[in-house]
Design a binder for this molecule. Sequence first.
Ligand code: NDP
Ligand code: 8X3
Length: 272
Amino acid sequence: MANWSYKAEKFDTIIKKMEKIMSKVVLVTGATSGFGRETVKMFAKDGCKIIAIGRREERLKELKEELNECDIHTISLDVRDKKEVFLAIENLPLEYRNIDILVNSAGLALGLEKAPDALLEDWEVMIDTNIKGLLYITKAVTPIMVKRKSGYIFNIGSIAGNWPYEGANVYGSTKAFVQQFSLNLRTDLKGTNIRVSNIEPGFSKTEFSNVRFKGDDKKANAIYDGIQPLVGEDIANLIFTLSKLPLHVNVNTLEVMPIAQTWAGFALERDC
Ligand code: NDP
Ligand code: 8X3
């Protein structure tokens, strides 16, 4: 009897080891907050091995502690640092190297001033993060997927990439880039089995507005008064669901808004 339970235990250990080897590797940027953080949690709880990237070390530590049963490799990294991005991917621990899913969530908006009053420095930070940072990560990770002829890249675009609104100027333009890049990337990856989806969320409650209003939390919180926004979990859930679709199905773009949000229409200025 004792011998049987010993054998069953050993079998269980082997199965667990196999599951670990077989489990998917998911790399998430922007893992310290909002959509990225919830995406990490969802995939980690599904048994995936996670590479979580963000600048705030304390947040990464907290995430690792919260998911202490899961396999999480954290990297404190500024996606604008080209050299560091490539080094980080090159030096991944062996068991995290075969990245199956990439979620490019790191990004931000800075300011809501109209173009003439906006700060050029804010524009530069948005371009460097939302466009160049996303490109560095994608360029570093894609060859791994191409080599294995499999993978899924999720880019987080925005409704702001589709619809202009006052003060969105460069932020919206960076997201229009992300949309067009996603479509072109998919075109270039024809024949590799790599899927690419551009997720385009609308009004959502994360730390996005706190960052946009540069730490003015009162102003940031006020915009959610009386409105039920999307939350990080909603977007994580969509990413997770798409990742489970049959391998021959590619959702190119997915625009999603809370039910409370619609369009404002065109504006006309009379006698100008
Ligand atoms: P959050 O502010 O909650 O999260 C942004 C994440 O991006 C943080 O983890 C932050 O980490 C990371 N990040 C920002 N800059 C850098 C950088 N230079 N290097 C590495 N990481 C960086 O906002 P959201 O979760 O809402 O935003 C995620 C994405 O979703 C963004 O691309 C945003 O534009 C987009 N989006 C947001 C919407 C919203 O209304 N919330 C709607 C549509 C799209 P850290 O500061 O630790 O580096
Ligand atoms: C964020 C959504 O509408 O605030 O990308 O720009 S919006």
